[in-house]
Design a protein around this ligand. Structure first.
Ligand SMILES: C[S@@+](CC[C@H](N)C(=O)[O-])C[C@H]1O[C@@H](n2cnc3c(N)ncnc32)[C@H](O)[C@@H]1O
Length: 269
């Protein structure tokens, strides 16, 4: 969906239209304080909600957060369908009233909570899954916080808009609705030592979101690595002295544990 299509959709819903049209805004009762929204209200169609939660593989173990939760449909569905817990914030008190009522009607008030709060002031540290239907500029503002605050391996799913040059790990489309999905990658940039079969290889790893590249050196031999992260799972190919070998493991703090068996170790210098 393009921004233009999104704007047309937004005009169908009251606040978006009011925010976009000063003439219409004047028709609202004076006593109604209008929150200064960063994104107008446009609810995600239910089939898109379900596809988003399916892509994020939500389970009963997950704590799901929806930033700008609207009428709460994302979290109410996550709770009713998967038993997940949830927390949603929205700047518009009317949306929070609707979300709270919807949770009550679906009998999931013990699992989901909604609060009138600015999404920019909301901690996302504890979320296992973050859902968003915002705007490209808002996604980009949130991106550094997502990468720095959220646990490696937590999942992000966004309706309609991407996150700039952070490529998605998966994408999907229903009718005109695009869905973007990412794992928060572990941070692996820096110096590592790989030992494999008596050989010691020094790696200088560079990271751009989930992609990794870098220089490899074993004695006089120089080479490269190239690979990617899927949360805490890492795969890379070492190309050294004309030989290529694939490695797969899991990042755990300052070490990578081999995915299958052993035979090699990888630790931060
Ligand atoms: C496009 S709607 C998405 C609603 C819901 N997440 C969904 O997918 O159905 C964006 C929502 O963000 C809310 N919003 C806009 N700016 C906000 C802000 N700074 N903090 C919290 N909520 C905000 C709006 O009130 C609106 O309900």
């Amino acid at each position: 969906m393009t921004i233009e299509m999104w704007n047309r959709r937004a005009m169908v819903f009251g606040l978006g239209a009011a925010a976009a049209s000063p003439a219409l805004a004047q028709l609202l009762p004076e006593q109604t304080p209008r929150p200064q929204l960063d994104v107008p209200y446009v609810p995600t169609p239910q089939e898109v909600v379900e596809r988003m939660l399916g892509m994020a593989q939500v389970t009963a173990k997950d704590f799901v957060m929806d930033l700008g939760c609207g009428d709460g449909r994302m979290l109410v569905t996550a709770a009713t369908r998967y038993g997940a817990r949830g927390f949603g914030v929205d700047l518009n008190p009317q949306r929070i009233r609707e979300a709270t009522e919807n949770a009550k009607a679906a009998q999931v008030s013990d699992k989901v909570r909604f609060e009138v709060k600015n999404l920019f002031d909301t901690s996302i540290r504890d979320a296992d899954v973050l859902t968003m239907y915002l705007l490209p500029s808002v996604n980009l503002q949130l991106r550094p916080r997502i990468l720095d605050e959220m646990k490696p391996g937590s999942r992000i799913v966004s309706h309609a808009f991407d996150m700039g040059d952070w490529e998605p790990d998966q994408r999907d489309m229903i009718d005109y609705s695009r869905i973007w999905f990412w794992f928060v990658p572990a941070k692996v940039a820096g110096a590592w030592t790989l030992t494999d079969g008596g050989e010691r290889v020094e790696l200088a790893v560079e990271q751009s979101f989930q992609k990794i590249t870098g220089a490899a050196r074993a004695g006089a031999a120089a080479g490269r690595i190239e690979g990617r992260l899927k949360g805490v799972d890492v795969e890379f190919t070492l190309d050294l002295a004309g030989r290529q070998k694939k490695y797969a493991g899991r990042v755990a703090g300052n070490a990578v544990t081999p995915a299958a068996g052993s035979g090699w170790t990888l630790a931060r210098v």
